[in-house]
Design a protein. Structure first.
Length: 327
C-alpha cells in the first residue's frame, strides 16, 4: 500500500490507518505514534477532510444490535438512476450507495431501525418510486469482514506496536449488551455528524455532565453497539475501481468461501446474505485490469463458487455520509 497522489504522502496514509484503529485518538497521541507533532497531524487531518473526502463518524452496528441490514439492487430507467440514488442518499438509514451497470442500476445498503421502517421502504416508497423497474433485496445474515474492521488494516501500514499504542482497550465492566436507548439519541446525533466531537461539545448537546458523557460513550463503544468509522476517497490511494460482487456458493461451501474472501486484500466488505445470491462483497482495486485479475485469479480459484456477477460502480454517491453534488 502506498499513496499515489501529488497532494498526499505516506504520512497521510499513516494518519488514515491510525484513524481506522482509533477514530477518536487525540492528535497528540497520533503524532506520538507517527513521530510528528500534533500540529502536523492536525494540519494533515484538515487537508484530508478538505481534499481527500475524509470523514470520521459514529456508526450503529446493526449486526450487534440485532437489527436488519439489507443490500438493495434497483434496476432503473437509465436517466433516472442519479436522481434516485441522490434521493436515497439523503435518508439516514442508507449507506454505501452507488450507480452501476451503465447507469441502469442503483446499489445501496440500508439499516432500517424497526420492522415498520423496513416495510415502509421495501413495500411502500421504493415500489411507488417512478422509473424503478425491479428490486432485488438481500438480507445480511452474517458479516465476514467490514463494519468495525478497517480496510487499511489489511495492508500493515502501521506496525503492531503502533496499533497497540493507539488502541484503547475496552473496560470489561462496560462490556454489557449492545443497546441504544432513547436517552442516547442526542449523543449519537452529534457523533454521527462528527465522530471526533469533543466531550464539551457532547456535554452541551446532551445536557449531561462531561463525566456522564464519557462513561456512556465508552459503554456504547465497549458493547459494540456503536463504532467509529472512517471514510475517504480511495482515489487518493490510487484505487480507482470498486465493484459489488454477487456470489453464489453451494450451502456447504458458504462459510469457507466467506472466510477466504475476508482474507483477500481486495475485499473491503463481505457478508453472507439471504436473497438471489448468498454472498455479497465489495472489491476495491486500482484498475479494471486489476479487477479482472482478481476475479479470474484469487476469487475464481475458490472451490465452491458456483456463480459470480460483478457490478463495477460508475459513481459513488454515498459511503457513510452524503456530500450533496454540486449542480
Amino acid at each position: 500500500m502506498r499513496m499515489e497522489s501529488d497532494s498526499f504522502d505516506e504520512l497521510d496514509l499513516g494518519l488514515l490507518d491510525a484513524l481506522e484503529v482509533n477514530g477518536r485518538a487525540s492528535f497528540s497521541r497520533i503524532g506520538a505514534v507517527l513521530g510528528v507533532s500534533d500540529q502536523t497531524v492536525a494540519r494533515r487531518y484538515r487537508r484530508l477532510c478538505a481534499e481527500g473526502g475524509l470523514r470520521v463518524v459514529a456508526v450503529r452496528d446493526a449486526q450487534r444490535l440485532g437489527q436488519d441490514h439489507w443490500t438493495l439492487r434497483l434496476r432503473c430507467v437509465p436517466d433516472s438512476s442519479p436522481a434516485i440514488a441522490d434521493a436515497l442518499a439523503k435518508r439516514p438509514d442508507t449507506n454505501w450507495i452507488g450507480v452501476a451497470s451503465g447507469g441502469t442500476e442503483v446499489i445501496l445498503g440500508t439499516r432500517p431501525r424497526s420492522p415498520g421502517a423496513r416495510d415502509d421502504l421495501l413495500f411502500g416508497k421504493l415500489p411507488r418510486t417512478p422509473r424503478v423497474l425491479e428490486i432485488h433485496a438481500h438480507q445480511m445474515l452474517h458479516r465476514f469482514y467490514g463494519g468495525p474492521s478497517g480496510w487499511l488494516r489489511k495492508f500493515g501500514v502501521l506496525s503492531d506496536e503502533q496499533v497497540a499504542a493507539l488502541r484503547t482497550e475496552p473496560d470489561p465492566a462496560r462490556q454489557g449488551p449492545a443497546r441504544i436507548g432513547p436517552e442516547d439519541e442526542s449523543l449519537l446525533a452529534v457523533l454521527e455528524r462528527d465522530g471526533r466531537a469533543t466531550y464539551p461539545e457532547l456535554q452541551r448537546a446532551t445536557g449531561r455532565s462531561e463525566s456522564a458523557v464519557k462513561r456512556r460513550l465508552a459503554a456504547l463503544l465497549a458493547s459494540g453497539a456503536v463504532y467509529i468509522d472512517v471514510e475517504y476517497d480511495p482515489e487518493i490511494l490510487g484505487y480507482h475501481t470498486d465493484a459489488a460482487l454477487w456470489i453464489t456458493t453451494s450451502p456447504a461451501a458458504l462459510h469457507r468461501v466467506g472466510e477466504a474472501l475476508a482474507a483477500h486484500d481486495q475485499i473491503a466488505h463481505v457478508a453472507a446474505t439471504a436473497g438471489p445470491s448468498n454472498i455479497i462483497a465489495t472489491a476495491v482495486v486500482r484498475s479494471t485490469a486489476d479487477l479482472y485479475a482478481y476475479l479470474s485469479g484469487p476469487l475464481g480459484h475458490l472451490e465452491g463458487v458456483q456463480h459470480l456477477e460483478a457490478s463495477p460502480l460508475l459513481r459513488r454517491v454515498k459511503r457513510l455520509t452524503y456530500q450533496r453534488p454540486v449542480r
